[in-house]
Write a protein that binds this ligand. Sequence first.
Ligand code: ADP
Ligand code: MG
Length: 537
Amino acid sequence: MKKAINRGIPYLILALLIFAMAAGLDGYMSIKIMRIVDHALDGNMGLFKKEAIEGFILAGILLPLYLLTSITRGLYINRSLVKSKIYYIESLFKKNINEFQEENNAKYLSALTNDMNNVEQKYLVGIYETGASFISFLVSFIVMASVSPLVLFIGIGISALSALLTMILGKPLQRHERQRSDLFEGYTSYIKEVLGAFQIIKANNLNDKVKKDFFKKSKDIQYKGYIIDKISTYISALQQFIMMMSIFLIFMISVYMAIKGSITAGAVILIVNNMEGMFFPLMNLTDIFPKIISVKSLFEKMDHSLKNHDDYEETLDLDDFKHSIDFKNVSFSYDDNEVLQNIDISIKKGEKYLIVGPSGGGKSTLLKLLRKYFNPTKGEILIDGKNLRDVKKESYFKNISNVEQQVFLFEDTVRNNITLYKDYSDEEINLAIERAGLSDFVKGLPNGLDTMIYDNGKNISGGERSRIAIARGLLANAKIIFLDEAFASLDSKVAQEIEKTLLSLEGVTVVNVSHVIFKETKDKYNKVFIVKNKAVV
Ligand code: ADP
Ligand code: MG
């Protein structure tokens, strides 16, 4: 994560260079003001005029420089953030399917919203501010040193002391900020869950419960926010007081020195001007550092959720599926819960398999092993004699196609939903449509294949969705189609028709997991496996 963000460093350097130019001119401006005041008090009209005109010109240069400063700052933050978001998405899609599913989706959602926000506000802004504060401090330091080294050291002393005080005062705030960030994460997960369960909530009259939960969660966050606001108000009042006192103190000291004749009246103004330039950066840094450090744990958290923990190296390519997939004494457990034990089955190319069994018996798990979402805990699965564990995922996935109960549709044309954005000729597409039994559906569409699908295909029936998924697999030349309860939500007539379509696909291997069996189609399968009591018979 950090590496990705660091790609924005060139922009940071540019932004800080521009800032340094502006700050340098700013410092020079304060010297000009000192001279203008001193010449005026000396009654030297000529020099006063000269300095005043130069001062105006300087101010004129400063305006575009200030603009440029904020533009380059924005550029740096923008670019760095975009780079890290792209990195996050790229890494996310490198995750293994099983490991992706192990985590709650809300984690990724929260990373891309809350956490990225924090990265921007605390880390990117923080780094820039650190650089900028350092530059400001340096400029004020040099400017003050040029007038009176003594005042400079007194100034540093006072600034450092008040910055330290401010830092101590800010401690409790950090703790509350951390707690608020955790609350936000819970809040995001909750919202996601509630929106996902919209239908269940409506249908079961759970509105009141949701309202109560939502109220509690929002209240907690709001309350935390209130506490933070309250503390920050106290703290900032105290900080203001400390700052005022510091500036007043240094003002008194420099006025005293002016009376004694060791500095001029203009120098008093210069010192007061630059006192802020020293005080603010110091205070800023004490505020920024803890924030930058707090993001560190965020990076770790994000990196951890992006990592594939199984780093087994896959070495084999699978160009084609020719003969069979064979389970050799395969067992599989989720942690301690053994779901399948000593399975020996064989799936032959082009044949059709029905997998049935009681709910919770392990049908989906068996399919996940076949899909290579998981590897066996014991034993091995061989595909054409190669250990499936060693076959590269991408290479295997090219050969298989999955049909789920929920078929996802993109908001795009029917064509793109079938081709999944790959190039195929019209002939190929039409053939796949015909084999998947979608011809009548496509003919009935107002713009045929170019009809748009909106809202995840609100008005496309479950049967048509399944057929679209099958067409996808056929078009991609999938050798094996895996179905997991794909017809569970369809009425039995539609389900049987799709089943017939599948059974008639020549050369394509079909493994259909279903808890409903139709007498009419059951006998057409080459084999029916029953998954029960950890065994397959
Ligand atoms: P089926 O598809 O036959 O209904 P599954 O294969 O989904 O059965 O589940 C078999 C058993 O494995 C069940 O007891 C289930 O609770 C457990 N199980 C399924 N998925 C997981 C998982 N991701 N983590 C832990 N246990 C799981
Ligand atoms: Mg299942």
